[in-house]
Design a protein around this ligand. Sequence first.
Ligand SMILES: [Fe+2]
Length: 291
Amino acid sequence: MFACFDAAVDAGKLDREAFKFGHRLLGHPSLSLENLGAVLPALPKNQVMFSKTPLATGDNFEATFRARPAGQSLEDTIETIRTSSSYIMVRSPEVHPSFAELHRQLVADAEILIGRRGVGGRAEDAQLYLFIASPNAVTPFHIDRYSTFLMQFRGTKSVTVFPQWDQRVVPVEAQEAYVDYASTQLPWTESLNAYGQEFTFAPGEALHIPFVAGHYVKNGGGDVSISMSLIFNTRESMMWRRAICFNHRMRKRLSLFGMTPFPVGQSPLRDGAKSFLYRVGRRTQSMLGQR
Ligand SMILES: [Fe+2]
């Protein structure tokens, strides 16, 4: 039934807990280093972000990729990636014809799982991300505003994932500011590892990372790592996103009265009401011509 995923994927865990499963895309020609070397320079420059500085677990992941390092071409980076501590992140490679069909098939698989889980029938804003990284490269601790299926194609890595709504790991204020694009710096200390679950990850394996679950990645030392993720929202995670943004915007106002908003993710009824109010507020603002 699935085109890309193993048959035994448990849809009931979607956006509830991290889990590993198998994918059937090993050897797919789109993911070869040769094809990537041809595709990446053909993509719009703002979809290809790279860094030559080794990153640490506590670094600000999104900010790292905002600036393009001076005097460094993508071609150079691919050429030297085995030894250069480089990291390339490609957003939406599906705009290139060699990734379009793969994207379509992965979205169809995700939508089967979304339907089984009962959170709508569509993978909203579904995009692919490609990650090509040197041996031992680190993806710093961060959260995503999406649900993720991460698939490994070459090299090994360990991915540590933290419980989705655990405020000991991601304080609720930091989560709200992150999701609402106000600040992408999350507090990190090594002691947080006590709450994480480490998954070792090899070619042919896939991992689900739930919406806003903290995670970081360490590549193995043996080879260049090539992985790809499908990120998307469901009807439920869209509701969570809007409710979190509502909380972020209300938090300051409520603090004037000594109150704090109730954290998202514990009451569908409350989250649904906040999501509705956030949507109404946005619509009213746009009708009044404000941002
Ligand atoms: Fe991520």
